[in-house]
Write a protein that binds this ligand. Structure first.
Ligand code: NDP
Length: 352
């Protein structure tokens, strides 16, 4: 018998108030299920939204073990696990395989799980990719990868502009762009030690770093024009919304594509009509969970292979991260902080 533990909740609310530690007997293996042991899981902003009841995917409430009398949802959506046992009718996975979750909403803040092989997606095996990279591969790097690939055909030397440039997605955009020969203009919030952040992002491969305060200024328009010339960015990636997004949209060239994937400022997106009428800019949203839902496991595997290749070649590094201890108090505190962004020292990752 394996005793598993999980951070669970049974009602929406502030994470530290509704999350509870739960220890239970892991359901036994059957001929059609697999058992996995989780290695590491991050705390992402969406996980916090989900616990608050403010996310379009609702948690799955379930009995984690036959001893449980209550329906519980396990927190977390992303993570890497290792297969430790497979039923004799399971063909897709074998012991030792490393997997990520097949669907958003599969609670990952737990030590173990038993379930059908279809709950999991095989990860390409590559020893050069770290556990942290694997634990955080499906959300942020895959979002960056799809947004750079799916909205406009970019050629070597073309510019991409993004805000939230230091977010985990932003860092992945910088790394993948560099690997693909694209240039990036990265907007970040101003701060006292901005030069330190500039250097960090430039070291990752950022071409330029601009603060949100400067973005709307006349001098900045001239400066950015001097960088890009006639080759204005045709792709803008919006993590933030509000003024930062409006200012950024103005830098796109004719027929440019503006993709919104986050709303960190919690401010609505407000757009001058001229950008639609005279510049024919298109505005889109992107959601990686939906992408995974409507694409096959094969298509997702192919993307994961590409991303793993970039990682193993050192072109896409680990996000900045800090370790969260796997105990009730550390989890509660860390999940409460999980929405406040980067300033806390990077992506919080639980190592089991
Ligand atoms: P991180 O925690 O790594 O980064 C958060 C970013 O948001 C930092 O750049 C931070 O900048 C910035 N930020 C925080 N608060 C504010 C604010 N009030 N105004 C402006 N900027 C702010 O997050 P992730 O990279 O994991 O996620 C970023 C966003 O993207 C989230 O909204 C997330 O939900 C979303 N996302 C969406 C996906 C999709 O498929 N649509 C997939 C992945 C992520 P600072 O250093 O200045 O605090």
């Amino acid at each position: 018998d394996i005793t598993a533990s999980a951070m669970v909740y049974s009602e929406y609310g502030q994470p530290s108030q509704v999350l509870k530690w739960h220890s239970y007997r892991l359901p036994a293996l059957t001929s059609t299920t697999v058992q996995v042991k989780f290695l590491a899981s991050p705390i992402n902003p969406a996980d916090v939204n989900m616990i608050q009841g403010a996310y379009p995917i609702k948690p799955t409430y379930q009995k984690l073990s036959s001893d449980d009398d209550k329906l519980l949802a396990v927190g977390g959506n992303e993570g890497v696990a290792q297969v430790i046992a497979v039923g004799d009718q399971v063909q897709d996975l074998k012991v030792g395989d490393q997997v990520v979750m097949a669907n958003t909403g599969y609670g990952t803040w737990r030590t173990h799980a038993t379930g059908p092989a279809s709950d999991f997606q095989l990860l390409p095996n590559n020893k050069k990719v770290s556990m942290i990279q694997k634990a955080t591969i499906t959300v942020n790097p895959c979002t960056a990868y799809r947004m750079l690939k799916d909205f406009v055909k970019l050629n070597q030397g073309d510019y991409v502009i993004q805000n939230g440039g230091n977010s985990a997605v932003g860092q992945a955009v910088i790394g993948i762009s560099k690997a693909w020969g694209l240039k990036t203009i990265n907007v970040v919030r101003n701060r006292p030690d901005i030069d330190k952040l500039r250097k960090e992002l430039t070291d990752l491969g950022a071409t330029h770093v601009v603060t949100d305060e400067d973005l709307g200024k006349h001098e900045t328009r001239a400066l950015i024009k001097s960088w890009v010339g006639e080759n204005k960015p045709l792709l803008g990636l919006n993590c933030v919304g509000g003024k930062s997004a409006t200012d950024m949209a103005r830098y796109l060239g004719e027929n440019g594509q503006f993709v919104t994937y986050g709303a960190m400022s919690r401010k609505p997106l407000s757009l001058p009509a001229s950008l639609l009428i005279f510049k024919n800019i298109s505005f889109h949203g992107f959601w990686v969970s939906k992408w995974a839902e409507v694409h096959s496991k094969e298509a997702r595997y192919q993307m994961l292979e590409d991303v793993v290749d970039l990682m193993s070649q050192g072109k896409l590094g680990e996000p900045k991260w800090t370790q969260v201890k796997w105990d009730e108090e550390s989890m509660k505190t860390s999940v409460d902080q999980g929405i406040t962004g980067f300033s806390g020292g990077g992506k919080q990752v639980v190592i089991f």
